[in-house]
Design a protein around this ligand. Sequence first.
Ligand code: 13P
Length: 241
Amino acid sequence: MKKILASNFKTNHTRASTKGFVEGIDKFVKQEGITNDIFIFPTATSLDCFEISDNISIGVQNAYPVSDGSFTGEIGTAQLDEFGIKTILIGHSERRHILKEPNELIVKKYDFFKSNNYKIIYCIGEPYEVKLEGMESIIEYLFSQLEGIDLTYKNLIVAYEPVWAIGTGKVATVEDINEIHGVLKQKITSPLLYGGSVKTDNIEEILNIDSVDGVLVGSGSWKIENFIEMIKVGAKNVIKR
Ligand code: 13P
């Protein structure tokens, strides 16, 4: 199976640097004949109509579950349609924990963007307190984040991103990823990504785990040369199989 490589810019890059990044990745993908699915999630202000390879998708990090209306500060599908955006991240830990997005709204977003046929990368992950309680609690917590989510949706990708591993340089062990992904895979049939401090120096061992269908990368992917390095590893991984 081809490994998926996704870069989440979070609150980084400008319109100008995003354009350079997207065009640079597209050039590399074309030059090397890379066929892996690649996702880039720039800031909403950097969205544009990029002319890029079919296997590269530009997604939005967040949107409100409406077409348009009076929701100050939010964007809906009318604004996303202008750029042909049909991919969204939902349930990211920073939105759940820092921005206090309630589960109710997350489920509402999921249903809305599903009914609009968006590709959804749905993120789940346990905080450190839960990790300390052990595997049973971790699984129970992750399953609770899947409640109310239609797991049969054909345009779904799930991303397991332990909260304590995001932006901290701490990565889950290969054994833990393998075990947790194994349990999740009994419940879901969609591709399953790992995220949390994935870097150029650990991506290979992570992508080598059979139950890892790809990675969702933050800080480690913001420099184009690093994301290119990761795409190379992802492509090598396909050839090896
Ligand atoms: P880092 O790669 O910076 O840990 O972030 C992971 C993440 O949150 C991707 O969505």
